[in-house]
Design a protein around this ligand. Structure first.
Ligand SMILES: NC(=O)c1ccc[n+]([C@@H]2O[C@H](COP(=O)([O-])OP(=O)(O)OC[C@H]3O[C@@H](n4cnc5c(N)ncnc54)[C@H](OP(=O)(O)O)[C@@H]3O)[C@@H](O)[C@H]2O)c1
Length: 325
């Protein structure tokens, strides 16, 4: 039997979809998959499916050294830590442990902001750039899977809740609605990644990793404005929610004062940088790689959004964060 594949992030949405496809679409042998979590409490749910389980916590290097022992391929899901320096330390712990364990291949799940470039100023992209550099200098065999912005996370991007009667946006230049993004379905990202893990890059000769960071960009089929996502919500729910615009400072203050999810001013200031990056084109890159992996045209953002809101009350976990943010 080949060395087992280790998956981080399998208790989360993207990793769960990858694992599900490995087991049920590709019939990958469960005994040759190592599922991980920061919490030992998750052991039984994976072992009961015939999978191996190990604790892997990016903040605790000793867990990583033990977890990566004897691993062939590693799916390295980026941490959900939002503080960039802390996230970089966590990712550095992973890279060091991977080197020490002699893992054969690293599939790093990154983010597609800035396309194939390294110039996005959006805060949470910086740890991805740093991690790609670490991987590049490590001598390890790796691919950076830059994932398109989740269409599923639209409540976070628009700061929309099912109770919203308006979506507030800041007056910036270029206009927020210039911020076209190649929104991507999280399930389709998972499907594409699972296919790639099982079949390998050599099965898809047209998918060529680019730049020195070995980037494969997985995106939706077309770049679409934030208002097109709002229209999709309105179509799905039969509502007539409109965008309203405020100058940046009052926008931050008002959002932070009233946010249903408890997000604070620091979070909205960071969101301002994100919206500016979007307006500058950071999320607009479209690449055919995901279509090749899926064997069909990926869903566009509005299609995913309309489907999700029609399916029932829709919340996105990351839209509910404490006031420290
Ligand atoms: N492309 C996008 O638009 C977009 C949007 C949001 C997030 N993301 C990124 O994509 C990643 C996966 O997305 P998702 O939707 O699956 O997120 P999610 O549902 O929030 O799940 C996060 C997963 O990452 C694991 N994890 C987080 N921090 C970790 C750490 N320090 N050490 C070990 N494991 C850790 C968690 O495992 P345990 O809790 O079991 O330890 C969990 O399985 C996120 O972590 C985030 O970096 C991308």
């Amino acid at each position: 039997m080949t060395a087992p594949i280790l998956l981080t992030g399998v208790t989360g949405g993207l990793g769960a979809k990858i694992l599900d496809d490995l087991l049920h679409i590709h019939k990958y042998p469960a005994a040759n998959i190592i599922a991980t979590s920061r919490s030992e409490d998750n052991r039984s749910r994976f072992e009961s499916q015939g999978l191996q389980f190990r604790v892997a916590d990016y903040t605790r290097p000793e867990t990583l050294h033990a977890a990566f022992e004897g691993v062939g391929d590693l799916l390295f899901m980026s941490s959900s830590e939002r503080d960039t320096p802390t996230r970089i330390i966590e990712h550095s712990n992973v890279v060091e442990a991977v080197k020490a364990a002699g893992v054969k291949m690293v599939w790093y799940v990154s983010l597609a902001l800035g396309g194939f470039g390294n110039h996005s100023k959006i805060g949470f992209m910086q740890a991805h750039y740093e991690t790609e550099q670490m991987l590049k200098h490590s001598g390890l065999k790796f691919i950076s899977l830059r994932a398109g912005s989740y269409a599923d996370a639209f409540p976070l991007f628009l700061n929309w809740y099912p109770s919203s009667t308006a979506v507030l946006m800041p007056n910036i230049y270029p206009h927020v609605d210039e911020g076209k993004a190649a929104w991507t379905s999280r399930d389709e990202l998972g499907e594409g990644m699972a296919t790639l893990l099982v079949k390998g890059l050599s099965s898809f000769p047209s998918v060529k990793p680019q730049t020195e960071s070995n980037i494969i960009l997985l995106s939706g089929p077309t770049a679409i404005s934030p208002s097109a996502l709002l229209e999709a919500i309105n179509r799905g729910l039969g509502t007539n929610v409109r965008m309203k615009y405020l100058d940046p400072e009052p926008w931050v203050d008002l959002q932070a004062a009233n946010d249903e999810g408890g997000k604070g001013a620091a979070w909205f200031k960071a969101r301002l940088v994100w919206l500016q990056g979007l307006a500058d084109g950071d999320a607009e890159a479209v690449d055919p790689a995901l279509e090749t992996l899926l064997g069909r045209r990926p869903e566009d953002g509005p299609t995913t959004v309309e489907k999700l809101v029609r399916a029932g009350p829709y919340y996105w976990h990351q839209n509910h964060m404490g006031p420290r943010n």
